[in-house]
Design a binder for this molecule. Structure first.
Ligand code: G4P
Length: 276
């Protein structure tokens, strides 16, 4: 897990801005369960006017109705967005078609200048755990990739040929998450974007229980066979006792937290989106 210090953040930003000059478009990855909380706080300042496609990953884990709503929110801000599930069947064409659409003017301009069939160069950006490596692996078609022996490419910047029309910078830009906002912190901890013990896990779990009560009460009731009138502490005790997570008559709360986190991350509570 990366530790972010001011110096490290400044250096990361500098390197990313340098790499941005080499690409035609940026893919900004966000987690569909927290599409706003998983954005880097300086993303607009970093990307500036470079064409951008927001890719909402992990759509298979998110609440479909909210995903639709969040897509509209991005679109209202004139940000192009696609929704993907990279865990199973990634539909690459959704991404490639959208990319060509975003760059259509540039492609037409290039064609007028006689520049034809120059591959579009892409860079992936996002905070840890949004699915950057997973997406890269899915986009790369092993059969056409041959990174090593192409001429004119320095060792430090490797371009992966995805197909005749697209090239991807092999290393994604890893950006730091938002730190300032407590609620965002809980969401990042719950989804695994930041280490659970960075923030007190107690607070994240209590936040999550309140969140479930408000927005997904039936998931809470069905999964843990609780009465919704129980307090959060009673809920934790109930789960601990049912699962036998008890030592010397004391509920092992850390273990109960793990149960709840695993249930959320493995969809046993259903598809849940934390950004409303
Ligand atoms: P990163 O490079 O941005 O840090 O993220 P990475 O690709 O490592 O993905 C982080 C975790 O999210 C991985 O799970 C990965 O499998 C999962 N993931 C990425 N995209 C999707 C998606 O579209 N849907 C779902 N359901 N999961 C996705 P992990 O538990 O850390 O590893 P593993 O157990 O899957 O190997």
């Amino acid at each position: 897990m990366i530790q972010w210090f001011p110096g490290h953040m400044a250096k990361t930003k500098r390197q990313i801005i340098e790499n941005l000059r080499l690409v035609d478009i940026v893919y900004e990855l966000v987690d569909a369960r927290i599409p706003f909380s998983s954005r880097n706080p300086l993303i607009d300042e970093i990307v500036k006017n470079k064409p951008r496609l927001v890719i909402m990953t992990k759509a298979d884990m998110a609440d479909d109705s909210l995903t639709k709503k969040h897509v509209s929110t991005f679109e209202r801000q004139n940000i192009s967005v696609v929704v993907v599930d990279a865990s199973k069947n990634l539909n690459k064409n959704i991404i490639f078609d959208k990319t060509k659409e975003i760059l259509s003017e540039k492609i037409a301009k290039d064609a007028k200048k006689g520049i034809i069939n120059r591959p579009i160069r892409i860079m992936i950006l996002g905070i840890p755990n949004v699915g950057k490596s997973t997406l890269i692996n899915r986009l790369v078609d092993k059969k056409v990739t041959n990174v090593g022996d192409r001429p004119g490419i320095t060792k430090s910047k490797q371009w992966i040929r995805l197909n005749p029309s697209f090239e991807l910078l092999d290393t994604p830009g890893v950006l730091w998450p938002k730190f300032e906002d407590q609620e965002v912190g809980y969401k990042l901890a719950l989804t695994g974007a930041i280490k659970d013990d960075i923030l007190h896990l107690d607070d994240s779990i209590l936040y999550f229980l309140d969140f479930l009560r408000t927005y997904y009460p039936q998931s809470l009731i069905n999964r843990y066979e609780i009465d919704i009138s129980m307090s959060n502490l009673e809920v934790l005790d109930h789960i601990g006792k049912k699962r036998g997570l008890i030592k010397n008559n004391e509920v092992l709360y850390e273990r109960v937290y793990d149960v709840i986190l695993n249930d959320f991350r493995n969809l046993y509570l259903g598809k849940i989106t934390l950004d409303r």
